[in-house]
Design a protein around this ligand. Sequence first.
Ligand code: IPD
Ligand code: CA
Length: 263
Amino acid sequence: MIRSALMNVMTAAALKAGRGLRRDFGEVENLQVSVKGPGDFVSAADRRAEKILFEELSKARPGYGFVLEETGLVEGPDKSHVWYIDPLDGTTNFLHGLPIFAISIGLQREGQIVAGLVYNPATEAMYVAEKGQGAYLNNRRLRVAARRDMGEALVGCGIPHLGKPGHARFKMELSAVMTRASNLRRLGAAALDLCFVASGAYDGFWERDLKPWDLAAGILIIREAGGFVTDAEGGQEILAKGSVCAGNETIHSQLLALIRSAD
Ligand code: IPD
Ligand code: CA
């Protein structure tokens, strides 16, 4: 486990916001059957979690900037530090009562992600990493899967939802990957998907059109678990381009070649 002051601050904020989300997730099931559904309730839960994270992290590290999913950019006097925060990644899952959602917190220092945390309050899975310190799931050190054969690989992906661009391209990529990989998954919470690569549950993962708050924490968690992660062109502009391709060194390069060949 990582016992730094910074990680204490991040885990305390995530646990506090997570308690609220867990309570609200219990409520969602009751609202499922109403005609209007739990949509407004979930947006309120999302905003409450974001407020707690913002307040707790601002108190502990005054002056750092923020990029928050709901509020957007909040500049701080300290220009070298930025928090990237998704208070509820996997909103659709949460809305439908599926316990696959998470809080994601990434800290960037001088342009580099130096700490990441992804916490699923429903399962109490807490993934953390600090640059140079390794990646952990609760108290267990993480390591990416060792499989090298795409024919044995379980590959996660993101499917663009209705109204999102990239449906045609995704179908080509899907067709390229599904003819080579053993099996595919789409679990619907990108921050957690990245952690599933770090823990070796997935052998690889790719998705496009993501936001920096979906990606910042998970990228570091994968790297600290010994994995490879790039944008969908194989470069390092993951946050700027919003695309990601990940795995161990071998699966990453095979997956990258497959999605690039689908262009
Ligand atoms: C979404 C999830 C999903 C991904 C979407 C994201 P949200 O985040 O990460 O897996 O496919 O592109 O927007 O909206 O649930 O925070
Ligand atoms: Ca998200």
